[in-house]
Design a protein around this ligand. Sequence first.
Ligand SMILES: [Zn+2]
Length: 125
Amino acid sequence: MFKRLFVSLGLTSLISGIFALIFISHWILVFILAFIIQLVAFYFINTTIENNLIEKAEKIKLEQFVEANKQVAIIECPCGDKNKQEVVMRFDKDIIYQCSKCEKNIKAMINVKPVLTTEPIYFDR
Ligand SMILES: [Zn+2]
């Protein structure tokens, strides 16, 4: 950790020093200026890289969440070809998918069937 910091500061000083040699009459001033400019520039570059990494990580997390909550049902097309395919099911909107065989648009409806429960079997619910 500290080794990396010293190497980084050393390199920054070295580059500032070499750059300041061009303006040898104002060496100290140019050295300090170059040093500060480098610090600010690297700060912004690092912040941008860090933000990009965080954004990527968040996107991956979101994708995992969506993937984990995906409900898939195997549906047989009513066209008569008996073509079965996996369809992603959702409760919040109409599910319309295209049959992979006849290429017709098929609407899949979810039917919720209420059933009376008996006490001893579903006691914990
Ligand atoms: Zn079909």
